[in-house]
Design a protein around this ligand. Structure first.
Ligand SMILES: [Zn+2]
Ligand SMILES: [Zn+2]
Length: 129
């Protein structure tokens, strides 16, 4: 194996790693996935994470983007700023000062595959159009 082959393999492995890191977990809902990706990678001012979720988990839900846009949601963080809020009381982490899930929440409460509905950790914001 040449050095070039080694580089090639490494690049493929990195691509595979990123793929796995940005894939929805089993049964994970759109909101938990998008929230997790935003926390990890941030928002690029597009609907990239919700689009990725839709493509991977809910290919039938091609109207999702239009539905979000019609609610004034133009990027992934708007989903939380305008559309949905946590339905449980969160706690503030003492060290980081970040808002966190309470200890009894161990991850997404799961939705069926193909759904773009949130799990019960999320509730529509009051006054949502
Ligand atoms: Zn954003
Ligand atoms: Zn969820």
């Amino acid at each position: 194996m040449s050095v070039d082959d080694g580089v090639q393999v490494l690049e493929l492995e990195l691509a595979g790693l990123a793929e796995a890191l940005t894939a929805p977990r089993l049964g994970e809902c759109l909101m938990c996935f998008t929230n997790r990706m935003l926390a990890e990678f941030g928002c690029d001012h597009t609907l990239r994470w919700s689009r990725r979720y839709q493509q991977l988990q809910a290919p039938q839900a091609y109207g999702l983007r239009r539905r979000l846009l019609s609610q004034g949601i133009c990027c992934d963080c708007d989903i939380f700023a305008r559309g949905w809020d946590v339905a449980v009381s969160t706690v503030v982490d003492r060290e980081s000062g970040q808002e966190c899930w309470p200890p009894e929440v161990t991850g997404c409460r799961r939705v069926r595959r193909g759904s773009t509905q949130p799990c019960t950790l999320w509730a529509p914001r009051a006054g949502r159009p």
